[in-house]
Design a protein. Structure first.
Lengths: 127, 185
């Protein structure tokens, strides 16, 4: 195939000049996409925050295991409500990293995650 | 337009930087590959606007999937593959409204003359006058090295379909090229 004169002719055709308005068009499209992603991340963050605020602070995060599972032990199991807020933040973080977000962009999400984790750690009722 | 005056930087490094959201690295990758990628889009589409759309989409996809691009591999073949796939997808969308050519003789479209973009040879002009399907198949197979199997898979057709069209298109190009040489003698 490499010896085909037609192929040689086609392959040696000069490259046409690059349209000067192509890069600005890509830039505009990239910025539009980034704005959409930021809005999506902010929405997810807000949802996570709303879930956090709706969290009953004084309710124990961990509930005692069912009686049949422990007689005198202090076995703890996670309540079903302990995951969604953290999961939402983790998903937002994952999305942000997948699109190559900078450290500054993901910092608020990490702060939010830290606060939520801290509140979860504080929540178990010692009584 | 990205600045072309910077010294060359290792492409793998540019990809890693672009992954971290470094916009200058993305611009440098564009600067390195845009012209070749645009040339391919132009050869496949034969249409300035469509070629620009294909290039734009290819670079936006690179940005979207930059996390999955292996920095140690060259970027240009990946971008060209994306443009090839996009051009084929465009043709397939067009064919939803028009019948897909199966058999029959291929004919060249009317001479559109030499435009601002294409100031080159008769073979370029003949290529542009091929039907879009034949042009795409010929270029991807003959110049970009796509196998008939790859073309058939992307077009969701058989290998013999791809072989038949490429063979007829090449025969037509050769005939036309020869007849023109004879005319000029």
């Amino acid at each position: 195939m490499n010896d085909d004169p037609l192929r040689t002719m086609l392959a040696s055709l000069p490259e046409p000049p690059l349209p000067p308005d192509l890069w600005p068009a890509i830039e505009r499209a990239r910025q539009r996409r980034q704005t959409r992603l930021r809005v999506a991340a902010a929405t997810l963050g807000s949802l996570a925050l709303a879930a956090l605020l709706a969290w009953p602070v004084n309710q124990p995060t961990f509930a005692p295991a069912p009686p049949e599972a422990s007689r005198s032990s202090t076995t703890l199991v996670a309540t079903p409500a302990s995951g969604p807020a953290l999961q939402a933040i983790d998903r937002a973080l994952q999305t942000a990293y997948a699109r190559g977000a900078s450290d500054d962009e993901v910092a608020p999400l990490w702060r939010m995650r830290g606060q939520l984790s801290a509140s979860l750690n504080r929540s178990p009722d010692p009584s | 337009m990205p600045d072309a005056s910077n010294p060359p930087v290792d492409e793998a490094l540019l990809v890693r930087r672009a992954r971290r959201g470094d916009h200058a690295a993305f611009a440098a990758l564009y600067q390195r590959h845009a012209r070749a990628v645009h040339a391919l889009a132009w050869r496949l589409s034969g249409d300035a606007t469509l070629a620009e759309d294909l290039v734009q989409e290819a670079f936006l996809r690179m940005l979207r999937f930059i996390g999955g691009i292996r920095p140690e591999l060259p970027v240009r073949p990946w971008l060209k593959r994306v443009v090839g796939n996009l051009a084929i997808d465009h043709l397939r969308r067009v064919w939803r409204e028009q019948a897909l050519p199966e058999d029959g003789e291929l004919v060249l479209t009317a001479n559109r003359g030499i435009d601002d973009i294409e100031q080159s040879s008769k073979v370029a002009e003949l290529l542009r006058r091929l039907p879009p399907l034949a042009r795409t198949l010929v270029w991807l197979h003959l110049v970009e090295g796509w196998s008939h199997g790859e073309l058939a898979a992307r077009f969701r057709r058989s290998e013999s379909w791809s072989k038949s069209i490429v063979s007829r298109a090449l025969a037509l190009l050769r005939r036309q090229a020869e007849s023109r040489s004879t005319d000029h003698e």
